[in-house]
Design a protein around this ligand. Structure first.
Ligand code: S3P
Length: 435
């Protein structure tokens, strides 16, 4: 599907965004292995989190849709307990989180399961998860020397390990912590840098024995208590509107109830360093996660440098940050970001190629990007490469570029944000409520 976007004179509105994808996956999966029933409200609406629910159903978990009521949004009731050997292979579709977190969980279960995904997911690195799960004693096999899905897992009989993680990946950390819940002894992980800590927060709330000490996280086997979760709005979805507003000359957009966990909010740090006018209102804590309404307004942006420990804290926001850099005075550099090469697309390559079609001055580095801000883009036809975040970044680029921008493969936005194109139209027409 193609979408064509032009720049409106003004951007404004107040948006309610889908639930956080990372927190939704965890709320469903962790409650599925807890004993008892929990409700998860404002569960992420995209295809990724739907894939987690369908895998859980195939593992024998009762997942029931609950409608909105009593001031609460819609969601799911998850009846947790024992997982059962699935009758067929499990598909994680496009979702790396589903595949890696399930691999860790299934490594703790003494039955056969086979995990696959779409073409993009089948090309993403799984060896980082498979190798330590095998060290823990699970039988896990995959294509190409156990590095690629499909993965065949026969779990059980795990022993805790002490492991130094080669990458700062929350998916890897979470997979190993989940396996650690079913292992004899302690599982101790040393991270090279901090990554999102939703797993640690939620496991703690569910009564697991989790110990965090700087970059070290450890867990012991134990039974989880179910926990009701109201998922905050996804900062990775909010980032598109923040960048749209701060780059457009006449804009004010409010996004409501967004998760601002410091291990996720690197995009706020980077945009503020660029001079972005973003304010946090109604700051509160919701189910152990910090939440706020964010208001972003037209700003005079300057270039910045994004590297080192900041990268894992904004890993999914680099596409839209590169777009913001096109509208900043000076040269923005992103480094230490080679992980972007193994996301839903090789994002360093796809960002460079697609922004160049719009006239941006972007150079690809082995581990990053150099973006020289020119203050303008020119509409053109560009491609999503089957990557939801690319599609949405290009849609926002269309709100900022002269002329018309056509995004081919635009439907892939629904992997994380099915209402994205509707929301784009509403902020462009100023019909998304008072900002
Ligand atoms: C996620 C972690 C990140 C992120 C992904 C979701 C998670 O991946 O890119 O979209 O929910 O744990 P890595 O931890 O592998 O970098």
């Amino acid at each position: 599907m193609d979408r064509t976007v032009a720049s409106p004179r003004r951007l404004q509105g107040s948006l309610v965004l889908p639930g956080d994808k990372s927190i939704s996956h965890r709320a469903a999966l962790f409650n599925a292995i807890a004993h008892g029933t929990a409700t998860v409200r404002n569960y992420a609406t995209g295809a990724d989190c739907a894939a987690t629910l369908s895998c859980l159903r195939a593992l024998g978990v009762a997942v029931r849709r609950i409608e909105a009521g009593d001031g609460e949004g819609p969601g799911y009731a998850i009846a947790g307990g024992e997982l059962h050997e699935p009758l067929d292979i499990l598909s994680a579709a496009n979702s790396g989180t589903t595949m890696r977190l399930l691999a860790g969980t299934l490594a703790g279960h003494p039955f056969l399961s086979i995990l696959t995904g779409d073409r993009s997911l089948r090309s993403r690195p799984m060896g980082r998860v498979v190798a330590p799960l095998r060290l823990m004693g699970a039988q896990v096999q995959g294509r190409q020397g156990n590095t690629l899905a499909p993965l065949a897992i026969r779990g059980g009989g795990l022993k805790g390990i002490e492991y130094t993680m080669p990458v700062a990946s929350a998916q890897l950390k979470s997979a190993l912590l989940l396996a650690g819940l079913f292992a004899e002894g302690e599982t101790v992980l040393h991270q090279p840098a901090a990554s999102r800590d939703h797993t640690e927060r939620m496991l703690e709330a569910m009564g697991a024995s989790v110990r965090c000490d700087g970059l070290t996280v450890a867990v012991r086997a134990g039974q989880l208590r179910p926990v009701d979760v109201t998922v905050p709005a996804d900062i990775s979805s909010a980032a598109f509107w923040l960048v749209a507003a701060v780059c457009h000359p006449q804009a004010r957009i409010r996004v409501l109830g967004v998760g601002v966990n410091p291990t996720r909010a690197g995009i706020l740090t980077a945009l503020r360093a660029m001079g972005a006018r973003i304010t946090l209102e109604n700051q509160r804590v919701q189910g152990g996660e910090p939440v706020a309404d964010l208001v972003a307004e037209s700003s005079d942006l300057v270039a910045t440098e994004v590297d080192g420990d900041l990268i894992p804290l904004l890993i999914d926001e680099v596409p839209v940050l590169a777009l913001a850099a096109c509208f900043a005075r000076g040269t923005t550099t992103v480094r230490d970001a080679s992980e972007l090469r193994v996301k839903e697309s090789d994002r360093l390559a796809t960002i460079t190629r697609e922004l160049a079609r719009l006239g941006a001055d972007v150079t690809e580095l082995p581990d990053g990007l150099v973006v020289r801000g020119t203050g303008r883009l020119a509409g053109a036809t560009c491609r999503s490469h089957g990557d939801h975040r690319l599609a949405m970044m290009l849609g926002v680029a269309g709100l900022l570029a002269s002329g018309q921008t056509t995004v081919q493969g635009a439907q892939v936005a629904s992997v994380s944000y099915p209402a994205f194109w509707e929301h784009l139209a509403s902020v462009a027409q100023g019909s998304a409520g008072a900002p």
